[in-house]
Ligand binder design. Structure first.
Ligand code: DTR
Length: 336
């Protein structure tokens, strides 16, 4: 099958006279370091595109904020400072009213399911929040858990604790009695080392990828919200690409979402082993009663999102019920 696609592509290439065309160079900006999952997926996407276009396209990757940082990624791609950029919607509260539905604490149990739900919702609703760019793929991290410098073994331990988060996760911490300190992930290591925060609420692969296991050897199992990401391309750059190249990228959209989700889920397990082996990390669980109290305290977030989404002209009820339907479907489909 793959050989057939390859042959067809080569025939199109030759017939369209593109065979001798110049290499198309594309810059791809990312905000976290090269070893973190958003940058690892970037390298996989680069390899897939270069291979499937038979070298017609050369993707130059810029991890670690070396071209655009977390806070100026969206604007930077729209203005053409980078052809492609990877952004985390939670860093710009209010800018992405539709896709932040994925940040609600609705019990996602894996990044793979959350990534497919996010991608399908984006494809169906084509939200106006992304109309200035071409969206190449979307994905999510694994459910967020607490990683702290000191043990948090009860909700009482969490009261008044400064915890780093972003987007809806900051609101969640506020409702649980912690003190949220909002910042993009790359600013978290310094905040932890300087004692500005006592921990963070995010997916636990960062115990390995940012070596947070060294600073936050205590984890509390909450399995709360996920953070949604988008990989976007400058519209003028997209329009300039040959149709065959655009087709390769279109075909990668959903595939890359699932690849990244699966990578993330496997990487969390690796990170927990690393933390236990190297830093004697301890993973605490709360009591059943406390998990019920958390559900009660966070119950109002869904209505908060619906109200804001309706105000922004979105079919909130329809989007939310689609998300829950897709979540159940993919949990069964993927068996996770
Ligand atoms: N939005 C991010 C989610 C995240 C989880 N792991 C990483 C690694 C690198 C960058 C971002 C992330 C957060 O701020 O938690």
């Amino acid at each position: 099958m793959y050989k057939k696609i390859l042959l067809t592509f080569l025939l199109i290439l030759v017939s369209s006279g593109l065979a001798g065309a110049e290499v198309i160079r594309i810059s791809y900006a990312n905000f976290p370091p090269a070893n973190t999952f958003p940058s690892v997926q970037m390298e996989r996407w680069k390899e897939a595109v270069e291979e499937r276009t038979q070298g017609m396209v050369k993707v130059e990757t810029y991890p670690g904020g070396s071209l655009l940082g977390a806070r100026n990624m969206f604007r930077g791609v729209i203005q053409g400072q980078a052809d492609i950029g990877n952004l985390s919607m939670s860093y710009q509260p209010g800018v992405f009213p539709m896709t932040t539905v994925l940040e609600l604490p609705v019990g996602f149990t894996s990044a793979a399911v959350a990534s497919l739900v996010l991608w399908d919702l984006y494809e169906k609703y084509q939200p106006a929040e992304f109309e200035q760019v071409k969206v190449l793929t979307m994905f999510a991290n694994a459910p967020s858990n607490l990683m702290t410098r000191q043990p948090v073994q009860s909700l009482e331990d969490l009261q008044g604790l400064e915890i780093r988060a972003s987007g809806t996760a900051s609101r969640i911490l506020e409702l649980l009695g912690a003190v949220p300190v909002s910042m993009p992930m790359p600013e978290t290591p310094e905040a932890l080392q300087r004692g500005m925060v006592k921990g963070l609420l995010s997916s636990m692969e960062v115990l390995l990828d940012f070596n947070f296991a060294a600073y936050t050897p205590y984890q509390t199992l909450l399995d709360l919200q996920i953070y949604p990401f988008a990989v976007i391309m400058n519209k003028r750059k997209w329009d300039s690409l040959p149709e065959e190249v655009q087709q390769v990228m279109e075909d990668l959209g959903r595939e890359q979402a699932l690849w990244t989700g699966r990578y993330m889920d496997a990487h969390v397990k690796k990170a927990l082993d690393y933390a236990a082996e190297n830093y004697d990390a301890q993973l605490f669980e709360l009591t059943a009663e406390e998990y019920d109290i958390i559900d009660e305290k966070l119950a109002g977030l869904v209505d908060e999102w619906k109200l804001e989404a309706e105000k922004r002209g979105l079919p909130a009820e329809e989007i939310f019920s689609d998300m829950m339907r897709l979540k159940e479907y993919y949990e069964n489909e993927l068996g996770i």
